[in-house]
Design a protein around this ligand. Structure first.
Ligand code: PEP
Ligand code: MN
Length: 312
């Protein structure tokens, strides 16, 4: 028995909607798709991301400004400069932004810039941070810890709920295992189980789950097929020069193509991908409902000798 009083589903129709903006909710019929780079790098970068992805269309942009990096010598994020970029981009694109909050001290600052506060894997059990976020009413995207059991994950969500924040989205982002071919193992069984055990929306992040861009399109589709309420995917105007997580970054064109390819799958499982007028014109989806992007964005085994995908 999991000692959770608020996160557990009471009956099969019990599902929570998390409101992101007046137009956008997570957990309803429409998929909640988040796209953007691992890290905010410059205004020009984010402007290009927002311009391209608003036609995808995605429902939110992502970009880290405080980055949890394995090495203290790796890029740590633009910090306050990154926040002003997010503010501008949010204003010009009208899209909500998702960004990571790393500590209790950052909560107030981040809450004044981001629409969804991301708690990274490394902080899933930072209980003081969770308690502080409980007091904020903004939606929280809680990522599964690196090796967290479902019970630990649900109890971390329970911290947010029991401290007053009902707006909790769970994010499956892969868990540690022995095989270094992929960065982590994407646990799609967890997506199905979490939606059965809890009433909270579940979003899948195939980027951190695999660490390999060539695996993302197919796993994004698999996630939607098994009932995920949304996706978070890292993409970049020039994926290879991304300052962090370059190997898993996909191009903006590939991101648009993936979103397009989700339509028939979403339909098959009673979901929908939002359509903008511009997207309809650009992709001509009426006449090509089954157009899939290539899953050979990068030849999987041609790049296999880069092998190690762990610990970035
Ligand atoms: C991220 O989303 O950029 C990130 C660091 O993810 P995770 O916490 O899942 O490693
Ligand atoms: Mn990343």
């Amino acid at each position: 028995m999991i000692d959770a009083r608020l996160a557990l589903r009471k009956e099969s129709k019990h599902r929570s909607l998390v409101r992101i903006t007046d137009e956008t909710v997570c957990g309803g019929k429409d998929l909640f798709i988040i796209g953007g780079p691992c890290s905010v790098e410059s205004f020009a970068q984010m402007q290009e991301v927002a311009y391209k992805l608003s036609t995808a269309p995605v429902q939110a942009l992502r970009g880290g400004v405080f980055k949890p990096r394995t090495s203290p010598y790796a890029f740590q994020g633009l910090g306050a400069d990154g926040l002003s970029i997010l503010k501008e981009i949010k204003k010009s694109s009208g899209l909500p932004v998702v960004s990571e909050v790393m500590s209790e001290e950052q909560v107030e600052l981040m809450a004044s810039y981001a629409d969804v506060l991301q708690v990274g894997s490394r902080n899933m059990q930072n209980f003081e941070l969770l308690k502080a976020l409980g007091k904020v009413k903004l939606p929280v995207l809680l990522k599964r810890g690196l090796s967290a059991t479902l019970e630990e994950f649900i109890l971390a969500a329970e911290y947010l709920l029991s401290h007053g924040n009902d707006n909790v989205i769970l994010c499956e982002r892969g868990i540690r295992s022995f095989d270094k071919y992929t960065r982590n193992v994407l646990d799609l069984a967890a997506v199905v189980a979490l939606r059965q055990i809890t009433h909270l929306p579940v979003v899948v992040d195939p980027s951190h789950a695999t660490g390999r861009r060539e695996l993302i399109a197919d796993l994004a589709r698999a996630a939607v097929a098994c009932g995920a309420d949304g996706l978070m995917i890292e993409c970049h105007p020039q994926p290879d020069v991304s300052v962090s997580d370059a190997q898993q970054a996909i191009s903006l064109d590939d991101m648009v193509a993936i979103v397009d390819s989700l339509r028939p799958i979403a339909l098959a499982v009673g979901r929908r991908v939002k359509v903008t007028k511009q997207a309809l014109i650009d992709s001509n989806i009426d006449s090509q409902p089954n157009r899939y992007p290539s899953n050979q964005i990068d030849q999987p085994f041609a790049s296999a000798n880069r092998g190690w995908a762990g610990g970035r």
